[in-house]
Design a protein around this ligand. Structure first.
Ligand code: FAD
Length: 563
């Protein structure tokens, strides 16, 4: 019997192949920044970039998010085990991140540039999948806080920096590599950690902690930096999941959060039932101790959001370069070119400021006081601004793919869901903006350091000069308001977001004027450094002024895909 030929209803036309098989590190703003920071041969970074942009890795990312972690509170006989089970794809992603030293490895070396090289790897690899960046980032950030307890730092420091990924709950000293988390937030408040109610009672060479934490991400980490109320006041502790005698510490996982995004990562609610922990830093000085971890994690929030911005922008540019409407590709329609170029500017500015701050962190870690002062003011400002812009960027980039961008297979919904997170944690928007005011009050030299950095581009662009002048007045007014209780646009807490935004934008402008191609710097200053944004306050992307040279701007967002 002859078979009927399959009935052909239609031919698939004008659909864009997924962006896969490309080098994520093919990113001129990133590579230029590495060159400026004196980080050598980027060959390893390009290898990692190829891996991050491969279809195989994209599949791992999909699997890790479609099969989120599962909590196992008890074993089959009713014993508490408090374990979280992950899909193998999660472990593969983690093994790459640890193997490339994206966690605490840079702290093992005193070589200049180690933290910048690590920041670049984190930026590239987090574009593959953002969720697993959480334990990687917390492990990186744990070391400066842990150094307040030199004995614990020498006992665990090398294992936190080990390039062996060794999952599973075992005695930390015997493992090939360790991961660290942090637990500060409680039910009654996360921003105001001084309201923590978890109690710490001295016992033997440590303390017993009793209480709860409302958010404790990556609860399968080996060690946690925890805040609790000791008799001396709020204190930082190091809590091991498994005690030195091999028994499990009394950290009970109550449930996992059902989150908007970040679904591959487990975020839990935990209770401590006389759990054992060692003190870190001076008792009663818990905030001052853990703040070093917070600062390093904030840097990763900026890097992670810059990475998400880059991925959104590159994906939109790739799609619009192939998809056709009304007889030509989307990217050649003038209004779409304006949207894409606007996204590219946002991306270039975010990447450039993130890498500048990574350089400052690198030098500050080796005792450079000027760079530490710059970081103290510029980091909260950039954390506020770059992280706040990311949800808008991903929303706009998603729309460049039309309806396809709204569909899970495009990858854009995951990017969009993940986008607000960096702004929420490690100091939500308001809290981070208020930290800018705190930095001005407590580190008065930081304003002069910031202005000196911005002035390195003085005279090169009149719009930047004008913005720097406005910033100078604003910083003076904010400082005077703090010491004399003055009034004005920049005085007081209600102006904190405005000030943080002005700092971030002016610093970005200065960096781009000095380091980016002229067309990029020109378009950035024209669209972002006026007294008001080009189309009025709060306008969406795609409102660039006329007359700009957009081709070189768009060229920065183009990547080549292997055939
Ligand atoms: C996915 C996820 C994972 C997390 N993982 C961890 C973790 O591992 N460990 C951990 O300790 N925490 C973790 N957190 C918690 C996170 O750090 C807190 O949610 C955050 O610090 C805010 O605290 P909160 O939720 O209690 O909000 P609140 O403190 O109640 O604040 C609510 C809002 O009010 C604003 N606000 C607060 N104070 C002021 C003020 N003085 N002026 C103006 N506005 C103010 C804040 O900016 C925020 O927008 C996680 C959160 C999420 C979403």
């Amino acid at each position: 019997m002859t078979r009927a030929a399959p009935h052909v209803t239609h031919e698939v036309l004008n659909q864009v192949p997924p962006l896969a098989g490309y080098d994520v590190a093919d990113d001129p703003a990133l590579i230029d920044a590495l060159r400026r920071e004196g980080v050598g041969d980027p060959a390893e970074l390009h290898e990692l970039g190829e891996r991050a942009g491969s279809a195989a890795t994209q599949d791992l990312a999909r699997l890790a998010n479609e099969h989120p972690p599962v909590l196992r509170t008890h074993d089959s006989r009713g014993n508490r085990i408090d374990e979280v089970e992950f899909h193998p794809a999660w472990h593969e992603l983690m093994a790459v991140a640890v193997g490339h030293g994206m966690h605490a490895a840079p702290w093992l070396s005193a070589d200049p540039g180690e933290h910048v090289a690590r920041a670049a790897r984190f930026y590239v690899w987090t574009q593959a999948e953002a969720g697993h960046g959480c334990p990687i980032s917390m492990t990186y950030a744990s070391v400066p806080a842990l150094r307040h307890a030199p004995e614990l730092a020498s006992r665990f420091g090398a294992l936190l920096g080990s390039r062996s990924y060794d999952p599973g709950l075992r005695v930390p000293d015997g493992k090939a590599g360790l991961l660290a988390g942090m637990a500060m937030t409680e039910k009654q408040g996360g921003s105001d950690v001084r309201a923590n109610t978890t109690r710490a009672v001295p016992v033997g060479d440590g303390y017993q902690l009793t209480g709860h934490k409302w958010f404790c991400s990556a609860p399968m980490c080996d060690l946690f930096l925890v805040l609790a109320q000791a008799p001396e006041g709020l204190t930082c502790f190091l809590l091991p999941r498994v005690l030195p005698d091999g028994t499990r510490n009394a950290m009970r996982i109550q449930r996992l959060k059902d989150k908007l995004g970040n679904r591959s990562n487990a975020s839990s609610e935990v209770e401590y039932d006389a759990a054992f922990a060692w003190p870190v830093g001076e008792p009663g000085r818990g905030v001052a101790t853990i703040i070093e971890m917070v600062s390093a994690t904030r840097l990763d929030c900026v890097i992670g959001s810059a990475a998400a911005t880059r991925l959104a922008c590159v994906t939109a540019a790739h799609y619009a370069g192939i998809r056709r409407s009304f007889g030509t590709t989307l990217a050649t329609h003038p209004l779409m070119a304006s949207v894409l170029a606007d996204l590219a500017l946002e991306s270039e500015a975010a990447t450039t400021v993130a890498m500048r701050l990574a350089g400052a962190a690198d030098r500050a870690s080796r005792g450079d006081a000027t760079e530490a002062a710059l970081l103290r003011l510029a980091l909260p400002a950039a954390k506020y601004w770059v992280c706040k812009r990311t949800p808008m960027v991903t929303g706009e980039a998603l729309e460049c793919l039309g309806g396809n961008g709204y569909v899970e297979e495009s990858g854009m919904p995951r990017l969009y869901r993940d986008a607000p997170l960096n702004s929420v944690w490690e100091g939500s928007g308001n809290v981070t903006a208020l930290d800018v005011l705190r930095a001005l009050a407590r580190s008065p030299g930081s304003a002069d350091t910031l202005l000196a950095e911005i002035d390195l581009a003085a005279g090169a662009d009149r719009r930047l000069d004008a913005a720097a002048g406005r910033l100078r007045c604003a910083l003076k007014e904010a400082a005077a308001a703090d010491s004399e209780g003055g009034m004005g646009r920049w005085a007081g807490q209600s102006g904190a977001r405005r000030l943080a935004g002005l700092i971030a934008l002016t610093l970005q402008g200065s960096l781009l004027v000095r380091h980016a191609p002229a067309a990029v710097a020109d378009a950035f200053c024209a669209s972002r450094l006026g007294t008001e944004p080009a189309g009025g306050p709060g306008v969406p992307f795609g409102t660039l002024p006329d007359g700009l040279d957009l081709d070189p701007v768009l060229g920065r967002a183009a990547v080549s895909v292997r055939g």
